[in-house]
Design a binder for this molecule. Structure first.
Ligand SMILES: *Cc1c(COP(=O)(O)O)cnc(C)c1O
Length: 332
């Protein structure tokens, strides 16, 4: 277990690659070792040698299972008995719910009242207690902390947590183990848990690998933060990349990104739809819009990949079928 959360002004203990190794041991045999896939068509289109890490095929459909399972595994017996709480309407909620079920830890998920019924049902289906709140009148962070205190629960946030970051790093560890040294690695960026873990793993195993974060054009708070040298907050961005609709980086993720990332680039939503269609048509993969961020950066040239050996993380595949049909049908 890494140091507990203290405020940035106290100086926080950031996770290291050793924590990624610990996480890899904890998730072994539970998380899927997802495949590293290649596509001749993708290589022809980009002039690069691309290796896709298919986390859309991970348990519950996204890499978030890695971080959630690692963070719950790291709790003390007392903390496990009392249970955990988180706030999310997306993949982290399901990752916590499933991990709690597998480890035998009660889970409480705070979800907005207007979250899609299917998501609420799916989260309950994994055995979590769902507490609904009004996102227009209630502050979910405060609510989460209150609930944690009154019921003795441990709060596990979606990205700004050392064990969550370490767990997410296992995806990159596996990719480099399997694919060998890379010139570059492209990673979807929301709150920065996935890329922080990727940076720890890449810099330890493959120091020459340049790691790029990819954000939706409408929500480039990470890019602004990198340029400014401090965490920049934006309004919740309007984008189809709902897994990257974060408004700010975290106190753990920002310093790791600031110190180790090569650059942060953006792609428009239209490029995400084009990549979704490519994955469906050519690679027979269902990928959610957020899961397409990194690939879209290669396809649009937002990162110059020509002539390089490039890892591309496909971060998730959770998209309801009606939306999927609408997206891949566009421009067909
Ligand atoms: C959460 C999520 C992201 C962003 O991850 P962060 O750790 O918040 O940067 C990207 N893709 C998918 C599918 C996600 O669920």
């Amino acid at each position: 277990m890494t140091a507990a959360a203290r405020s940035l002004t106290d100086g926080i203990a950031l996770p290291t690659y050793a924590d990624v190794e610990t996480a890899a041991k904890r998730i072994a045999g539970v998380a899927h070792r997802t495949p590293a896939l290649t596509s001749r068509t993708a290589n022809e289109r980009t002039g690069a040698n691309l290796v896709f890490k298919a986390e859309n095929l991970q348990r519950m459909g996204a890499f978030k299972f890695r971080g959630a399972f690692n963070a719950i595994s790291a709790l003390s017996p007392d903390q496990k008995r009392a249970g955990v709480v988180t706030f999310s309407s997306g993949n982290h909620a399901q990752a916590i719910a499933l991990s709690g079920k597998l480890i035998g830890v009660p889970t409480v998920i705070l979800m907005p009242q207007d979250a899609p019924a299917a998501k609420v049902a799916a989260t309950r289906g994994y055995g979590a207690e769902v507490v609904l709140f009004d996102r227009y009148s209630q502050d979910r962070d405060a609510l989460g902390r209150e609930l944690a205190q009154s019921r003795g629960l441990t709060l596990i946030p979606p990205y700004d947590h050392p064990d969550v970051i370490a767990g997410q790093g296992t995806a990159t560890r596996e990719l480099i183990e399997e694919a060998g040294p890379l010139d570059m690695l492209l990673v979807p960026l929301g709150g920065g848990g996935l890329i922080s873990g990727a940076l720890l793993a890449a810099k330890a195993l493959n120091p020459g690998c340049k790691v790029y974060g990819v954000e939706p054009e409408a929500g480039n708070d990470g890019q602004q933060s990198l340029r400014k040298g401090e965490i920049v907050r934006i309004d919740v961005p309007k984008t189809i990349a709902d897994g990257a609709q974060t408004a700010f980086l975290g106190n753990y993720t920002f310093p790791i990104i600031r110190d180790l990332v090569e650059d942060i680039v953006t792609v428009p939503d239209a490029a995400l739809i084009a990549a979704m269609r490519f994955f469906a048509e050519r690679m027979k993969l269902v990928v959610e819009p957020t899961g397409c961020l990194a690939a879209a950066a290669a396809f649009t040239g937002a990162v110059p990949v020509e002539g390089k050996r490039v890892g591309v993380i496909i971060s998730g595949g959770n998209v309801d079928l009606a939306s999927f049909a609408r997206f891949v049908g566009e421009g067909a």
